[in-house]
Design a protein around this ligand. Structure first.
Ligand code: SF4
Length: 291
């Protein structure tokens, strides 16, 4: 199997086989992200991707889940991606789950017809990064996405029947915009209604633009108490849909996962307990690890 450079996958995909189809991310400008900083976006040769899929068959008699990397795989032309999906489903017919990284803008740029083609060819879930529903925060972190564009992308995914996991970042609004960030993020999520939601506490990656902003004082990190209050607000105010909550990222103060709204009261009890008893709430900043 061929893997170029540093490889990332979402933590819910820990048991999936990774197949690299693209190198890097087409956007590569978010101020908090260094995942693909050293890579210039390009598409792998189809024959090379096919060789990896065949090699996977030789390595394991049963592969049930595949995650396509690198960055926004959905930026690939639909026809090209369909050929990869068909190769997977013919070579590994037992594989029942094929997920990929996709920007909400990539979903938006495809037609519903194209997304339906991808769904029919095997795509089951798209992992997207919203980070915030606050347009000012999105601008500041150079996400290249507006709340309206997120709505358009999500509406197309739903029309095509592709499930979407959305990730958001507690603390990405900084100390001053914590409240606006979480209010607007929660409001937008209630409109988007993702099938799965993955919130994580902000971790500063060394060498990123955000790292420089923190050092210069232009961005003041949220306190651990603010991070917990953001999560509390989110859990109290998500409504009108069912979603799987992946709140167990390693940087989160209270790791927990399960279905919402069923687990809402249990999760809120955990957060309230942490707010009243965890000494971390008296600290100035949350200690997190780099990805
Ligand atoms: S957060 Fe996503 S879209 Fe932004 S630079 Fe990183 S991989 Fe690309």
């Amino acid at each position: 199997m061929y893997y170029e450079g540093k490889i990332y996958r979402p933590w819910p995909e820990a048991n999936s086989l990774l197949i690299q189809t693209t190198i890097g991310c087409t956007h590569n400008r978010c101020t908090f992200c260094d995942m693909f900083r050293e890579k210039k976006f390009r598409i792998r040769e189809l024959d090379d991707i096919f060789k990896d899929i065949e090699e996977a068959r030789g390595i394991s008699p049963r592969i049930e889940s595949i995650f396509l990397i690198d960055g926004n795989v959905l930026a690939l032309k639909t026809e090209f991606l369909v050929r990869i999906l068909e190769k997977i489903t013919t070579t590994l017919p037992e594989c029942s789950k094929i997920s990929l990284y996709a920007g909400l803008n990539d979903l938006r740029r495809k037609s519903v017809h194209e997304l339906k083609e991808l769904k029919a060819a095997g795509v089951t879930m798209a992992y997207t990064g919203l980070e915030s529903g606050d347009s000012e925060t999105l601008l500041r972190i150079k996400k290249g996405l507006t709340p309206r564009q997120a709505e358009e992308g999500m509406a197309k995914a739903k029309a095509a029947g592709i499930e979407v996991l959305i990730s958001i970042i507690f603390g990405i609004g900084g100390r001053e915009r914590s409240r606006e960030h979480i209010l607007k993020t929660t409001d937008l999520l209630n409109i988007l209604q993702p099938e799965e939601l993955a919130p994580m506490a902000l971790a500063i990656q060394p060498g990123t633009e955000l790292d420089r902003e923190v050092r210069s004082g232009d961005f003041i990190l949220s306190t651990p108490l603010q991070i917990l209050e953001e999560e509390k607000y989110l859990l109290e105010n998500l409504s009108g849909f069912t979603t799987y909550y992946w709140g167990d990222h390693g940087n989160n103060v209270v790791p927990m996962k399960g279905w919402l709204p069923d687990s809402r009261e249990k999760f809120l009890a955990n957060i309230n307990k942490a707010i009243s008893t965890n000494p971390i709430c008296k600290e100035e900043v949350l200690r997190t690890f780099s990805w």
